[in-house]
Design a binder for this molecule. Sequence first.
Ligand SMILES: [Zn+2]
Length: 143
Amino acid sequence: MSADALLARLEGVREVSGGWRAECPVGHKSRQTVSVSESANGAVLVHCFACGNGDDVLRPLGLSWSDLFPKSARELTPQEQRLWREQRRVAGWAAALRVLDSEAAVLFAAAADLVAGLPLSDEDQARLREAAARIAAAREMLA
Ligand SMILES: [Zn+2]
C-alpha cells in the first residue's frame, strides 16, 4: 500500500516537511497527531503521538503493518524485517523532532510576550497547554 492510499483513509491530511500529518481515527483533543512518511524502500511509516504508536491508527482502518510494506511480511528476509523495524524507529524520532521544532516556536512566542510584560490570552494559554502535551508525547518517543 502506498502512503497516498493510507492518507486517503485519514482525515485532516496536511503535507509537512518529510511527510504528512493527519487526524487519528481514534480521536484526540489535539488535532493532527498522526505522522505519516514513506521510507526509501517504499514502506509507509505511521505513528500517532497521542496513542504513542501506529497500531491504534491502523486497527480502526482495518490495516496492519504488513499492509504498509511493499512486500507481504512473510516474504521479508530477517535482514529486511530488521531494517524496517529500524526505519520505523527512525521515522518516529524524525516525527518527534519535527513536533519539538514547531512546538518550541509556540513556547518562544509565549516567552517573548511574557518578557515584554504582555499577558497571555485564554487562547494562548490553551495553546501552551497543547504544546506541553505534544512536547511530552515527543519526549516519550525519544526516551
Ligand atoms: Zn491516536
